[in-house]
Design a protein around this ligand. Structure first.
Ligand code: LHQ
Length: 265
């Protein structure tokens, strides 16, 4: 029997759906999955027909982080270099998601643990099934949160909660994650993918250039003063104002009709 691909990639109606597909290992990452996700994100960036991305998991989990069977120190002759795994597998994924000038939505269909939790948090809009849990599980195996976790968590929920989640490794329920502002919404389990795809469908016919600029501007805010940021908004608005979607948006408003955005510069 041929092995299942570690990542399912389906593109339709402007949406690229990426499904982590190692359900028997709770979609934990091996090298093949990491490489496949990097390649798929490159296609999402370069294909103008793709205007929104949806990331989800097959089976009962979203993602359990690193496949620990693949990084088992007892099977190695030397101490492992986990920094090299981050450099090759996880950091390029997080960087690609954050740099992608299109909305990346995440449907957290079940448990999101370790790098799997932080992969979800790197996405722009996160829906989670009410039964899903986010677990900063790293310290259980003597590690610290990676894949942007120690950067993202304090920004989203503050130092106190960030440190406690990482040190206690306590599972955080989807509802609490939404209440704390860690994610966008917790929804009924059987609705999580449908709700995410519905919003992705709306965004895929929206002003894609503006979405890309919104994303980059919000992300840049973490690193600079208001003074610098006002300059950035001026520059980005200049770009947005020159898109055909701005002209179309204003025309549609004045003509009292729905806008027909093309998503191009
Ligand atoms: C797994 C895994 C898994 C392999 C479930 N690996 N098989 C970066 C750099 C390099 C190296 C280190 O890591 C990192 C980043 C990281 O992500 S570190 C964190 C790694 N992840 C974990 O420590 C999570 C380990 N998994 C769990 O704690 C539990 O499985 C969770 C809480 C996710 C779910 O618990 P349950 O719902 O009770 O499921 P389960 O534990 O029974 O798992 C089901 C199966 O999946 C089981 O296999 P089996 O053959 O017994 O049915 C697990 O062994 C397998 N599995 N996670 N990460």
């Amino acid at each position: 029997m041929s092995e299942q691909p570690p990542l399912l990639v389906e593109t339709a109606e402007g949406i690229c759906r990426l499904t982590l597909n190692r359900p028997e290992k709770l979609n934990s990452f091996n090298v093949a999955l990491g490489e496949a996700l990097q390649q798929a994100l490159d296609v999402c960036a370069s294909d103008d027909a793709i205007r929104a991305v949806v990331l989800t998991g097959a089976g009962r989990a979203f993602c359990a982080g690193q496949d620990l069977g693949d990084r088992d120190p007892s099977k190695m002759t030397e101490a492992p270099d986990l920094g090299s795994t981050l450099e090759r597998v996880y950091n390029p994924i997080i960087r690609r998601i954050r740099a992608l000038e299109k909305p990346v939505l995440c449907a957290v269909n079940g448990v999101a643990a370790g790098a799997g939790a932080n992969l979800a948090l790197a996405c722009d809009i996160v829906f989670a099934a009410k039964s899903a849990k986010f677990i900063q599980v790293f310290a259980r195996i003597g590690l610290l949160p990676d894949s942007g976790g120690t950067w993202m968590l304090p920004r989203l929920i503050g130092e106190a909660r960030a440190k406690a989640l990482a040190m206690t490794t306590e599972p955080l329920a989807a509802d609490t994650a939404a209440d704390w502002g860690l994610i966008w919404k917790a929804v009924e389990d059987d609705q999580v993918l449908a709700e995410t795809l519905k919003l992705a469908g709306q965004l895929a016919v929206g002003p894609t250039v503006a979405y890309g600029l919104i994303k980059q501007a919000v992300q840049a805010a973490a690193d600079q003063s208001l003074d610098k940021h006002l300059d950035l908004e001026r520059d980005y608005q200049r770009i947005a104002g020159r898109t055909p979607d701005y002209a179309e948006g204003v025309a549609a408003f004045l003509e009292k009709r729905p806008a027909k955005f093309r998503g191009v510069r």
